[in-house]
Design a protein around this ligand. Structure first.
Ligand SMILES: Nc1ncnc2c1ncn2[C@@H]1O[C@H](COP(=O)(O)OP(=O)(O)OP(=O)(O)O)[C@@H](O)[C@H]1O
Ligand SMILES: [Mg+2]
Length: 395
């Protein structure tokens, strides 16, 4: 059918034509926002899950929910080896600009922006950066608040000021952090500390994080109380009904139908993983001669979808790994029949090596976000079906 009208959207962070199966999380978040607005205590929110399950897309949707309530919002995508100050100042600048639209005291806003600027400029001072980075805030920096250089202290001060500004207009601040597991230890600890402090005053500010399955472990390693600080939502693959809806609803808008067997075939292939649902849906649409889409259309289209995934979803990640890291992942793939986590000791045995000698490869892969340490002593792929992919190709 006409590829121009193809509604499906495989791709990192691509907004799906139908956000299926996430009503529970959306409803829970509405309650969180409402409670915070009424001065009730609430925990910050963390979404975790494998690659391609829809964490980024859901995070963006939660952000829209906050925006539509008049909250100030900002978003960061954490990167390894990048400090929090600079991206966080931009995010809070965005949030403050949204609040400023309803705020009638320009002096208060300028005061906050001055503090924000001082916080941001510490990034340059901390790193001794030679480039003259400017945060793009055109008020003078205010000294004495959020500029001590200790990120833990500065963050509490800055976020307290941000929350107060939002409170003036009966709103709140929500800071969204994608790939949160990539924040450095000092920044993670500062975020936990700040959420803890602000929570005690029921300040209207929340952090909404998203990351890989080991993010809760990263947070509790930083602060033991973090388990009580965040409400964790595991974002998983879609059940059959939701996966069907993700396919049917966008097609219906184009007057296209699916035969039941086509949906069964698609669910078998995509296994409920949102990225795969979009990829197979897209390829099937392009291959199908007309409506209704049949099971045969799915079979004909599958190789094209798999080729796309091999390049865009699996291959691009595999290429980021060094030869030693690739060897490590191949051993994992050979051991994990169902692609679930495997014992690190088994990987070492499979490679005929001492576990300690494999630490650099394992740590490198964790840092690159390709694997994560699951339960004690085990390690899993962050990418669904990655083991299957590695076993199917000779690279
Ligand atoms: N609830 C959903 N219903 C239908 N499609 C979805 C849903 N959630 C996500 N998708 C689709 O899945 C794909 C992956 O989504 P997204 O990039 O948000 O995943 P992610 O969990 O952030 O992955 P990564 O860990 O690689 O960043 C996108 O193409 C998106 O359109
Ligand atoms: Mg993402």
């Amino acid at each position: 059918m006409d590829p121009v009208r193809n509604p499906y959207a495989p791709g990192a962070g691509q907004r799906p034509p139908e956000l299926a199966g996430r009503d529970k999380q959306l409803d829970a978040f509405d309650i969180v926002l409402e409670r915070i607005a009424r001065g009730r205590p609430e925990r910050s929110v963390v979404l975790t899950g494998l690659r391609g399950v829809g964490k980024t897309v859901l995070l963006n949707q939660l952000r829209s929910a906050a925006v539509s309530r008049g909250w100030g919002t900002g978003k960061i995508e954490a990167r390894p080896d990048q400090g929090l100050r600079r991206p966080l100042s931009s995010a809070l600048h965005t949030a403050a600009r949204a609040i400023a639209k309803n705020h009638h005291n320009q002096e208060r806003i300028d005061d906050f922006l001055g503090i924000l600027k001082a916080f941001a400029l510490r990034a340059t001072a901390d790193k001794g950066m030679r480039e003259r980075w400017q945060p793009g805030i055109d008020v003078p920096a205010v000294t004495g608040r959020a500029d001590s250089g200790d990120i833990e202290i500065d963050l509490v001060e800055l976020l307290t000021e941000a929350a107060a500004l939002a409170q003036d207009v009966g709103a709140g601040i929500a800071v969204f952090i994608d790939e949160m597991q990539d924040l450095g230890p000092a920044d993670i600890s500062a975020i936990c500390g700040a959420c803890h402090e602000l929570g005690q005053d029921t300040a209207p500010l929340i952090v909404v994080g998203a990351g890989l399955p080991h993010l809760p472990a990263v947070l509790s390693a930083s602060k033991s109380y973090s388990e009580r600080l965040f409400s964790y939502h595991r974002i998983d693959r879609l059940d059959r009904e939701s996966a069907d809806r993700a396919l049917i609803a966008p097609a219906e808008r184009e007057d296209v139908k699916f035969a039941d067997e086509a949906l069964t075939a698609l669910y078998r292939k995509a296994d409920g993983y949102p990225y795969f649902v979009q990829a197979y849906g897209k390829a099937t649409w392009d291959q199908a001669p007309g409506s209704p889409i049949t099971a045969e259309d799915v079979e004909v289209a599958a190789p094209a979808a798999e080729e796309e995934l091999a390049v865009g979803f699996f291959g691009s990640r595999y290429e980021r790994a060094t030869p030693a890291e690739r060897e490590y992942m191949r051993a994992m793939a050979d051991l994990s029949g169902d692609d679930g986590p495997v014992a690190t000791s088994a990987v070492a045995a499979e490679l005929g090596r001492k576990p300690a000698s494999l630490s650099p490869a394992r740590d490198g892969l964790i840092k690159k976000g390709l694997i994560y340490s699951a339960e004690r002593g085990t390690i899993g792929f962050t990418v669904p079906h990655f083991g299957r992919y590695l076993r199917s190709v000779t690279i």
